[in-house]
Design a protein around this ligand. Structure first.
Ligand code: ATP
Ligand code: MG
Length: 426
């Protein structure tokens, strides 16, 4: 029988990589905590209409990337393709409007796209959302917070910030009209996708990868020229804060986001170290979404970052921490009596030294084969138990990375271990 394989685009994260993920997650969670953001945990499956209403019917995600299915009751459900919609749904459902909320969430997202480096069908995001505050200091904080994260992870040399404003809904509508009338005159020069979008979602044409379309866009009307006074002032308040905090950015008038719900600020952190999958973090303001999903009108802003791409970047830049070894101490016991005693000794050491990273050998075997495993575990120290040690109530204390083996009484073992690890710089 052929062995069953994982679904294309849905990867296992193996032990030799999971420590990197844990590092990334821990640094991120601690940073968010230090800025006063609190975690919200959301379901992975939601009603399909949540996403069609939030993200927009005419978007890549809703048109062709969602994993949607009917459950046993015939309800239309979808594996979440992103986290903001569910977060807003929860915000409304639990009556969280009325006070400022600073939230973050983490977990898998699902999109049926063509898998490639940094693009998967199951991928992971950490998302950060702020509800209830209309002012640009919110976006500024989201940006400085992410900039600090890149520094903590050692990625700051490889990412740059792109910034734009989409203006108000009215600004966007006026711009949309101007763009459509310009592009309609050159319809035949547009790539096929862009021709289709000209009627359905013309702003997305700014995102086109086609060189011909991009050339055409060079002379197209520019979004920033359409901002009303308030949106322009909002954008100035944001850049003033970024300048004051020393955060560099590039103004990119063609930056629009793939999701429909943004207004005013949009930003992306991009890298050229990962080929085509250059965006590691993207976000902006979305003042209309809470109301659009049935809640009280509530301003909001947020971003989401792609963890696969950040892990790849950590590996690419060699910014990854050293892999953790499997154990610090490996307990070897030869013979059935010693194995029973070793089993109990392991437990009593764990009682006395909480946090000790101890692996007790399992599976029996000769001294030699057990020592081989002790070595392979990366442990710094082997504890050896055989008939002689049992008779003496002692244990062989054998440093594995240089140093002589000696005999230590079992009563003194906990103190000897403390001593050993206090002196070694590990
Ligand atoms: P892209 O243009 O790369 O498709 P997007 O605009 O669709 O990205 P968002 O919906 O803004 O992406 O998601 C935020 C972040 O999540 C992205 O910047 C990226 O880092 C990550 N991301 C999105 N889709 C994927 C995917 N299929 N695989 C891995 N990471 C992804
Ligand atoms: Mg996409």
């Amino acid at each position: 029988m052929d062995p069953i394989r994982a679904i294309r685009g849905m990867s296992d994260i193996l032990p030799q990589d999971s420590y990197l993920w844990q590092h990334l997650e821990q640094v991120t969670h601690e940073l968010l905590d230090s800025y006063g953001y609190r975690e919200i945990r959301l379901p992975i499956v939601e009603q399909t209409q949540l996403f069609s209403r939030a993200i927009g019917e005419v978007t890549d995600i809703v048109e062709k990337e969602m994993y949607s299915f009917a459950d046993r009751n015939g309800d239309g459900l979808t594996l979440r393709p992103e986290g903001t919609a569910g977060c807003v749904r929860a915000f409304n459902q639990h009556g969280m409007a009325g006070s400022q909320q600073k939230l973050w969430y983490a977990g898998p997202m699902f999109r049926h796209e063509r898998p490639q480096l940094g693009r998967q069908r199951q991928f992971h995001q950490v998302g950060v959302e702020v509800f209830g505050t209309p002012t640009a200091d919110v976006e500024a904080e989201l940006i400085v917070l992410s900039a600090r994260l890149w520094r903590l992870l050692g990625l700051d040399s490889a990412v740059t910030l792109e910034l734009n404003s989409l203006g108000s809904n009215t600004d966007r509508a006026r711009y949309r009209q101007a763009l459509v009338s310009y592009l309609s005159e050159h319809r035949d020069q547009l790539d096929e996708d862009s021709q289709r979008r000209l009627d359905s979602n013309p702003l997305r044409i700014l995102d086109s990868k086609s060189p011909d379309t991009q050339a055409l866009l060079a002379a197209a009307p520019s979004l920033p020229d359409f901002l009303d006074q308030e949106s322009a002032a909002h954008f100035a308040e944001l850049t003033a804060r970024l300048d004051a905090a020393g955060v560099n950015y590039r103004l990119n008038p063609r930056l629009v986001r793939g999701l429909d719900y943004y207004n005013r600020t949009v930003f992306e952190w991009v890298t050229d170290a990962l080929g085509a999958q250059g965006t590691v973090c993207a976000g902006g303001r979305y003042d209309g979404l809470v109301e659009q999903l049935g809640g009280k009108p509530t301003p909001a802003a947020g971003f989401a970052m792609g963890l696969e791409r950040l892990v790849l970047l950590m590996q690419e830049l060699k910014a990854a921490p050293e892999p953790t070894r499997q154990a610090d101490v490996y307990l070897v016991a030869v013979g059935e009596d010693a194995a029973v005693a070793g089993f109990a000794l392991g437990e009593s050491l764990r009682d006395r030294l909480p946090g000790l990273r101890l692996q007790v050998h399992s599976g029996g075997g000769s001294f030699k084969s057990q020592m081989k495993k002790a070595d392979r575990s990366g442990a710094l120290l082997a504890l050896v138990l055989g008939d002689n040690e049992l008779a003496e109530r002692s244990v062989g204390f054998k440093p594995l990375r240089g140093g002589e083996q000696r005999s230590v009484s079992q009563d003194a073992l906990a103190d000897e271990l403390k001593d050993f690890f206090a002196h070694e710089e590990h």
